[in-house]
Design a protein around this ligand. Structure first.
Ligand code: HEM
Length: 153
């Protein structure tokens, strides 16, 4: 399983018939999940599709303070790219994610959680990823959404 956020690994030394060889850079490097699923373009598609769903959902839309959803779309895109091992632009621009704290001003109750995940499910389906990658992404989103709930009911 590819672990998120680990970035590229240094070239490894391997044992071959008792000899230790330096493997040429690039040959055995592990891909990050970010790279595996298609990099920036994939995360942009995912979050763009998600925010189309938010825009068409009056109850969920009401939670988002800005009239223009574009900046929110950019923040979530950059966060997810970073989380899965891509560029660290999110933290360069926003600092430490502290996502629970950043959601504290918003009423994230069961209904908001369910709506958020529903639109994310549609967006994940649209990507048509191979099943293993899709499960890995979806499991994370389900877990992360549950941890963002801050209001009972
Ligand atoms: C559970 C339901 C959720 C609701 C209702 C919700 C709602 C919101 C709202 C209203 C904002 C403010 C929009 C903005 O100005 O950026 C926001 C921001 C954000 N959300 Fe969520 N969110 C949820 C779950 C999640 C999850 C699961 C993640 C991560 C996987 C996430 C990541 C973010 C990020 C990165 C931001 C921008 C933070 C910043 O830099 O200010 N959210 N969310």
């Amino acid at each position: 399983m590819v672990r998120p956020g680990t970035g590229r690994r240094a070239p490894r030394r391997v044992c071959d018939d008792g000899e230790v060889n330096e493997i040429q850079r690039g040959e055995l490097q592990q891909q990050t999940f970010y790279e595996l699923v298609g990099g920036e373009e994939t995360f942009r598609r995912l979050v763009h599709r998600f925010y189309q769903g938010v825009a068409d959902d009056p109850d969920l839309r009401a939670l988002y303070p800005e009239e223009d959803l574009g900046p929110a779309e950019e923040r979530l895109t950059l966060f997810l790219m970073q989380y899965w091992g891509g560029p660290r632009t999110y933290s360069d621009e926003r600092g430490h994610p502290r996502l629970r704290m950043r959601h504290a001003p918003f009423t994230v109750n069961r209904a908001a959680h369910d709506a958020w995940l529903r639109h994310m499910r549609d967006a994940v389906d649209d990507l048509a990823l191979p099943p293993e990658q899709e499960h890995q992404l979806w499991d994370y989103l389900v877990y992360a959404a549950a941890s963002m709930v801050n209001t009972p009911g």
